[in-house]
Design a protein around this ligand. Structure first.
Ligand SMILES: Cc1cc2nc3c(=O)[nH]c(=O)nc-3n(C[C@H](O)[C@H](O)[C@H](O)COP(=O)(O)O)c2cc1C
Length: 220
């Protein structure tokens, strides 16, 4: 009888664990998008991409295919020398302090260049908060460049601003050139309500938004 009682308690505990723990894990909605290896072979010549680089502010709502998203992020700030972990964009003292967040309709993601994945950090669509211009809410992708000040603890206040701004500029230009070569529209943006966006992104006090950049197919 005691044995039957024990088995009963065990079965009930198992069922409770499934019903109580699973929804907690599921509710966190942590989703990882595995990015593809960049396609570095077929592309427009650099001089052609430079000729076509421009800001566009009208976007089609069409999603970017996974290969395009993968190539975009690798071009922006991916690892191009796996041996040393150095990136496609330079940073002062190789601080690598700029993180790229990606705001899409299905949530907010962080680009992890080392693992070549997009880590979901929120399941809400915060695109409308990524800038003060109407097109940001409809474009499929808004990149948000965020300086991680914890990596700049030995940098003076002046240099924090200078380096994080400059380092973001290199990444942004990489995005511009990739977009020119892939037939995508893009515009870098400083017109952002940064306190509201930081709050929506749940950033730490030592994280600072520098710029954002909208990417998508051109309208029509
Ligand atoms: C630091 C910076 C901030 C910018 N902020 C905005 C912005 O908030 N909104 C916008 O529509 N364009 C913005 N732009 C894009 C410029 O308006 C654009 O680069 C400029 O008009 C030149 O056009 P082009 O990029 O086609 O050569 C910004 C550009 C830079 C470099």
């Amino acid at each position: 009888m005691i044995k039957v009682k024990r088995i009963f308690v065990l079965v009930i505990s198992f069922i409770m664990a499934i019903f109580c723990v699973y929804p907690i894990i599921y509710a966190q909605g942590v989703e990882t998008i595995k990015l593809l290896a960049p396609q570095t072979e077929s592309s427009k010549p650099l001089m052609q991409a430079l000729k076509e680089r421009k800001s566009l502010r009208e976007f089609s709502p069409k999603e970017l295919p996974l290969q395009v998203m993968s190539d975009l992020l690798w071009a922006a700030n991916g690892i191009n020398r796996p041996g040393s972990g150095h990136r496609t964009a330079p940073t002062a003292m190789n601080l690598q302090e700029i993180d790229i967040y990606v705001a899409k309709a299905d949530g907010l993601y962080l680009f992890d260049a080392k693992a070549n994945v997009l880590l979901q950090v929120a399941a809400e669509d915060i695109r409308a908060l990524t800038g003060s211009q109407p097109f940001v809410k409809d474009a499929p992708v808004n990149l948000i460049f965020v300086a991680d000040l914890s990596k700049m603890s030995k940098t003076s206040a002046d240099d924090i601003n200078f380096y994080s701004g400059t380092d973001t500029g290199f990444i942004s230009q990489n995005v511009y050139l990739y977009c020119a070569s892939a037939g995508l529209a893009t515009v870098v943006r400083g017109w952002i309500d940064k306190p509201a966006l930081s709050k929506a992104m749940k950033l730490r006090p030592d994280q600072r938004i520098t710029l954002a950049q909208t990417v998508g197919y051109p309208k029509n």
